[in-house]
Design a protein around this ligand. Sequence first.
Ligand code: IPE
Ligand code: IPE
Ligand code: MG
Length: 250
Amino acid sequence: MTDLIDTIIPEKIPQHIAIIMDGNGRWANEKGQERLFGHSSGVKSVREAIKTAIELGVRYITLYAFSRENWNRPKQEVDGLMDLLILSIANEIEEFNENGVRLLTIGDINNLPENCMLSINDAVSRTSENSKLTLILAVNYSSKWEITQAVKTITESVNNSELAITEITENLIQRHLSTNSIPDPELLIRTSGEYRISNFLLWQIAYTELYFTEILWPDFRRNDFIQAVIEYQNRERRFGLLSTQIDSKI
Ligand code: IPE
Ligand code: IPE
Ligand code: MG
């Protein structure tokens, strides 16, 4: 039997894939279950995405796990999500180390419940030597918040005369974002048939290829991940140039 992976062009693997993991609640509702059952079922899809990323040779994967806006959901769901995060990290850390997965986070981690913050920081430090795949969890993250933080820090430096306004470049702004050590994603996947970005990586996705699928996150499997990469490989990334310029590699 042929494997979908055989269709992949090895030279065109995106080095960074970002995913908006959406549709857990609807998946559970369809089954007559509580929303939290959808979230816990989504953990399997996370594991599969990580495994497939490693299999393909992807170097960075960013997963949108909890937005700043998600605090406004019912307390029971928010509490359940925080508990699930702690539990999942505890369950996965050994496998991260076996598979060379380094964990990083973006977002306002210091303002998470203390036990959650401690478990994340512990996992980050315990996986810091791994180098096969960097898994970036976006937790308590929103892009407008991140950009606002960068503006504040840069303005402070200008006020203290440490920085001249002429030194404010795109590169300097990039270095003040929480993703400063991470290349921009080439591919962004959103599941569940919603066609929006929901405050995720607004700066970083300036030239990212967007891939939307109707599949709800808990149903997202290896072949769905590979399919998204195949679609990415069929896109022409022009960066403002003409097709003819790209063909002749000008
Ligand atoms: C995504 O699934 C997970 C989080 C936002 C934490 P949702 O919980 O948004 O599921 P739907 O979109 O309501 O189906
Ligand atoms: C985006 O999903 C956030 C995460 C996946 C963590 P949401 O379900 O919160 O997004 P909206 O509200 O539908 O835009
Ligand atoms: Mg949603």
